[in-house]
Design a protein around this ligand. Structure first.
Ligand code: SAM
Length: 415
């Protein structure tokens, strides 16, 4: 559960700390209730054997998870939940300790900020080579893989061939790197993230819809949703306007053009090996471009200026923030690529098109969102229940069956 809970539940108590009033967070309350029920269950078991499967036990567990959901709702919607009286502003502080040191993005308009094209040599230093070997099913991490008694020699040959082809590609500009990124003023509204046209944050530009984990978790842990990493919008119904947290969301799309054409030339010359090599190199360069551009975005954002990270640190994602990609576990719905591409005008700015099923063309393309929150991390949404699917479909103004079709792998029920 987020750490603003204290402020959300008892603002007056918080203001009145001098009276030594005890002050509990929702997490603590939930924890107390859970230990109380656990204690009751133990007692019951001691008296009359296992409680699993008993109707009363199931009810208890259900009400506990109901409570957890309700608490999560209250923390996110204090006015709707009646925790903050209408007309009275709420001292909303979002992750206060962290927020203090959080620089806002400097850009105010969704301008395309990336170079339209980039010299391939710039990207070579950003390549993560380990996945390259996986294409040939050689398992191991670069560069240690070269010392592997079984696959080391083959890995070395492959790598040397790749270097040679890479040099040719760079010298003759056989592949072209094109990419774009942008930031937008953004605030979360429930599990959505609204983007605004400009810094005034009055006119909405677009919305990203996210999904929340629904698995039952131990007390004190909460169900992640990417929207949690963006500061919440202030309540428009409030009489005293809450100062809006000036948060931003970023987005990017990068691509390496020309790999299919190059591979075709190799195939026509009966050189299938080089064809595969060219495609694998294009994939590596696209990922390297994503890494490179993310670094530029962190610099533009401000907090990346003092970053001193080695190549390995970048690969290990030691930087602040994340760049989740649609179709991956934290945001499994590929359809969000459409929203991102429209915002970035990725077709024009990076030459990438989306197929009907939201696959990117050319294949050596990467896109995603930039979150800057220091605590942001990747997670998997996992299985979701029908109630969330209905909610999600409603938010997106889509039919439930459409959503169920796209999210089939995530449905925790028979769709
Ligand atoms: N260094 C790797 C490479 O060159 O192949 C980076 C690519 S790897 C697929 C990691 C990327 O996948 C992340 O940068 C992010 O875009 C995406 N990703 C990984 N886990 C994710 C998750 N749980 N949710 C969303 N995106 C995720």
């Amino acid at each position: 559960m987020p750490d603003h809970v204290h402020i959300l539940i008892e603002p007056r108590v918080r203001r009145d700390v001098s009276h030594a009033t005890e002050f509990y967070s929702l997490t603590e309350i939930l924890h107390t209730i859970k230990s109380f029920t656990a204690h009751k269950i133990n007692e019951a078991e001691e008296k009359s054997g296992p409680v699993w499967g008993r109707e009363s036990f199931d009810r208890l567990i259900r009400s506990e998870s109901d409570l957890q959901e309700k608490f999560a709702y209250i923390t996110r919607n204090p006015w709707d939940a009646g925790v903050a009286p209408p007309g009275e502003d709420y001292p909303w502080v979002w992750c206060p300790a962290k927020e203090a040191s959080r620089p806002a993005a400097e850009t105010s308009t969704p301008a395309a900020r990336a170079p339209q094209t980039l010299a391939l040599r710039t990207l070579v230093d950003y390549i993560d080579w380990s996945p390259f070997f996986h294409v040939w099913e050689l398992r191991g991490r670069y560069p240690a893989i070269f010392d592997d008694p079984i696959v080391g020699e083959q890995a070395r040959e492959l790598f040397d061939d790749a270097q040679e082809l890479l040099e040719q590609i760079a010298a003759k500009n056989l592949l072209v790197a094109r990419g774009v990124y942008a930031f937008w003023p953004a605030n979360s509204v429930g599990d959505d993230v609204d983007l605004y046209v400009d810094k005034k944050r009055t006119e909405k530009l677009s919305t990203f819809y996210f999904l929340r984990q629904q698995m039952l978790k131990p007390a004190g842990q909460f169900n992640y949703c990417l929207a949690d990493y963006i500061a919440p919008a202030s309540n428009p119904q409030s009489a005293i306007r809450n100062p809006q947290s000036k948060d931003y969301l970023g987005g990017f799309a990068v691509s390496i053009h020309g790999a299919d054409e190059l591979a075709k030339k190799f195939t026509a010359a009966h050189d299938d090996y080089s064809a595969i090599l060219a495609k694998a190199l294009a994939d590596r360069l696209a990922e390297a471009f994503a890494e490179y551009l993310h670094k530029q975005a962190r610099i533009a954002w401000g907090f990346g200026r003092d970053e001193q990270l080695s190549h390995v640190d970048l690969i290990r994602e030691k930087y602040r923030g994340i760049r989740p990609a649609a179709g991956y576990p934290a945001c499994p719905d590929h359809v969000e690529k459409r929203t991102l591409f429209d915002l970035l005008n990725a077709e024009k700015n990076a030459g990438i098109t989306l197929t009907e099923s939201f696959a990117m063309h050319p294949g050596a393309s990467v896109s995603g969102l930039y979150f800057s929150h220091p605590d942001a991390k990747y997670f998997g949404v996992g299985q979701i229940a029908r109630d969330q699917v209905i909610d999600y479909a409603t938010r997106r103004d889509e039919s439930i069956s459409e959503v169920e079709k796209r999210l089939a792998p995530n449905l925790g029920y028979e769709g």
